[in-house]
Design a protein. Structure first.
Length: 661
């Protein structure tokens, strides 16, 4: 599971009256807690009462209740124990969490001010117990992250047993427990969990209202209509639909699981091989991690680490996302040329009035956020709040108008979008909050043992002053860390351990943080643990390894940008017009590489590979040359070579089609 997951799952069908009663009770508890969570956070967004730390000590335990109740109602809480025993665990967890809220809120000032450093056993039991519940959830949902946390906690306790550079005297058990809980500057209540509940949560409100009223479904419907108009546009329709949905889902794997179930079969029916169809969806879904406004929640984390406004990150993030989209779309267009003779238009329903309203609402949300944050210069959280209110009112009016026209005034129909809104918001926000609380345990272990300083020393000594070597070492570190982890943990670990020392070596902070972000996104694709490729290959019934390796070719623009941010820092260093020259240079090289990898230029194998090699060399010079003049000349040559190569490919395909006829 990635940072933000889908909430629409198949309902559990009870087998007995007892199971039906337990399921109904679990659903009632879940919706009761979800409604309370929604109201509590919405009140905070409107007033800011108490501040983010008090919000965290009260809302993190509430989020823990919701995630365990959600597992209980889905039958995922210790399923081997049957339908009854998990209830005892769930009730115990919930009662302890509720007591934690009462104790931590009532003793908030005493714990944070008067007993700081001399916490009593009651403080540590309550705080440590909440940390245990957070880690237990991580064990069941983020096992790789759980293992890393356990290893780091053991290292924190027994560092004196580790030889060499990473040796330290070891920490007491009380020190470890306090660092992951009641210290509040580290651990499960620290700024990461606060960020999930405040800034990110306010944007999830926008995402939730778009989902609740069917805006995401309407985008997929519109992309299907594009394909219906012209079978040749089917691959591009799949890209547009997946990319548009992923832009607000924030999760490559979750997007692949939902949109992939529609786009992959459509591509297969249109003549795409199963592996290719799965790879196309993998590349499209992964692009959602790059596209603002969410950027897989990395934009919020980056703003936090850089101490910059959220809009500053988003303003820079659009250009890399567009580079990626253009590169992938062009590669898929070339694949469409190869398989276009098999393409068949899918049968889809026409776009309805509500679909048009929903699509308009989607673009209004994006435009509204950009206007409020970029033009009005309002705070990100209040901007999201205003956009949510406008969307909620507008979509509610449109929904009620549709209900009035259809004369369907049943309670189920009238309540459906509002129930989905509360469920979607509380589910996504609580899961994200618990994930970020888990990462708080990780960063606490890093902080009190000095691991970042030690790794940074090794990095600086090994790489010296050679920026290229340092970049490769940093990539290797992020690659290893990213295996099996979502984007957010990978980015956070890289930002904490590697980034400060790259900045110390003289690199631009924006460049380094975007590099760390690209490496973290690559972690969802990197062999041998690509989560997105695993999902798409399963849907397509294609070999996992082949899907993953082919997806690497389609996702080549992501790897291009990892190098380009260093040689063309204007790509992300300064937002606006200053990005355009670097953008044009990188786009030219990216399109050329896509043509080299996906094109076909001659019937002679040797001549075909010779053309590919020339295109690759020109593109690499364009990307890797730090000299603006050389890069510009190479970019012009790349553009010319792409045009010539593209027409050569078209001519070759026409000849092949005539022979086949």
């Amino acid at each position: 599971m990635a940072e933000i997951t889908q909430t629409d799952e198949p309902e559990i069908v009870p087998q007995t009256r007892l199971e039906a009663g337990l399921l109904q009770a679990a659903n009632l508890l879940f919706y009761a807690f979800s409604l309370g969570f929604f109201i509590y956070l919405f009140r905070y967004y409107m007033t800011g009462i108490g501040g983010p730390t008090l919000l965290a000590v009260s809302a993190v335990p509430l989020a823990v209740c919701i995630v365990y109740l959600n597992d209980l109602r889905k039958g995922n809480l210790y399923p081997r124990l049957g339908p009854v025993i998990p209830w005892f665990f769930a009730l115990a967890y919930i009662l302890f969490s509720l007591y934690s809220i009462y104790y931590l809120v009532s003793e908030f000032d005493n714990i944070r001010i008067y007993r700081i450093g001399i916490w009593n056993n009651h403080d540590l039991i309550v705080g440590g117990g909440m940390a245990v519940l957070v880690l237990e959830y991580a064990r069941r949902h983020y096992f790789a992250l759980f293992v890393i946390n356990i290893i780091l906690l053991l290292y924190t306790l027994f560092g004196y047993m580790v030889p060499g550079t990473f040796n330290h005297p070891g920490m007491s058990f009380r020190r470890v427990v306090s660092s992951v809980s009641v210290e509040m500057s580290t651990g499960i209540f620290e700024r990461l969990a606060q960020l999930g509940l405040t800034l990110i949560g306010s944007f999830i409100l926008v995402l939730a209202v778009l989902r609740a009223f069917g805006c995401i479904d309407s985008i997929l419907q519109a992309s299907s209509r594009i394909a219906a108009r012209s079978p040749k546009l089917l691959p591009q329709a799949a890209i547009i639909g997946s990319f548009g949905v992923a832009a607000v889902s924030g999760s490559g794997a979750a997007n692949a699981a939902t949109t992939g179930s529609a786009t992959i079969p459509a591509l297969i029916r249109a003549g795409f091989p199963r592996t290719t169809a799965a790879a196309v969806e993998t590349a499209s879904s992964l692009g959602g991690q790059l596209m603002p406004p969410l950027m897989g929640i990395a934009a919020f984390l980056m703003a936090e680490y850089l101490r910059e406004s959220y809009f500053e990150v988003v303003a820079r993030g659009f250009v890399p996302a567009i580079v990626y989209f253009i590169g992938v779309a062009f590669a898929v267009y070339l694949l469409g040329m190869r398989y276009q003779h098999r393409a068949v238009a899918p049968e889809v329903e026409p776009i309805r009035f509500m679909d048009k309203v929903n699509i308009g609402a989607y673009f209004l949300a994006v435009a509204g956020l950009i206007y409020l944050m970029g033009v009005e210069r309002r705070a990100a959280m209040s901007s999201a709040q205003n956009v949510f209110i406008v969307l909620f009112v507008g979509l509610t009016v449109a929904f009620l108008f549709r209900v009035w026209r259809q004369r369907d005034f049943s309670v189920r129909t009238l309540s459906n979008p509002f129930v989905r809104l509360i469920e979607s918001f509380s589910n996504i926000t609580s899961e994200l909050t618990v994930l970020l609380a888990t990462l708080g345990v990780l960063t606490a272990s890093f902080t009190i043992t000095g691991v970042p300083t030690k790794v940074g020393t090794i990095l600086m000594e090994g790489a010296g002053v050679n920026i290229a070597v340092m970049g490769l070492v940093a990539f290797a570190f992020g690659y290893v860390v990213g295996m099996g982890l979502p984007v957010a943990p990978t980015y956070i670990i890289t930002a904490v351990v590697i980034v400060p020392f790259m900045i110390q070596a003289g690199m631009d902070p924006w460049v380094v943080h975007f590099f760390a972000f690209f490496v973290a996104v690559f972690g969802e694709l990197s062999p041998p643990t690509s989560v997105v490729a695993a999902v798409t290959s399963r849907i397509a019934e294609a070999p996992f390894i082949r899907t993953m390796m082919y997806a690497l070719l389609l996702c080549m623009p992501l790897m291009v940008m990892m190098a380009a941010v260093f040689t063309k820092p204007d790509l992300v260093a300064v937002p606006g017009l200053a990005q355009i020259p670097a953008f044009l240079i990188v786009v030219a090289a990216t399109v050329t590489l896509s043509l080299a990898f996906q094109g076909s230029f001659a019937t002679s194998r040797m001549l075909d590979w010779a053309v590919r090699l020339v295109l690759i060399v020109i593109a690499l010079v364009t990307i890797l040359s730090p000299d603006r003049t050389i890069a510009t000349i190479a970019a012009v040559l790349s553009a010319l070579a792409t045009v010539v190569g593209f027409y050569a490919m078209q001519r070759l395909f026409r000849k092949s089609a005539l022979k086949a006829a």
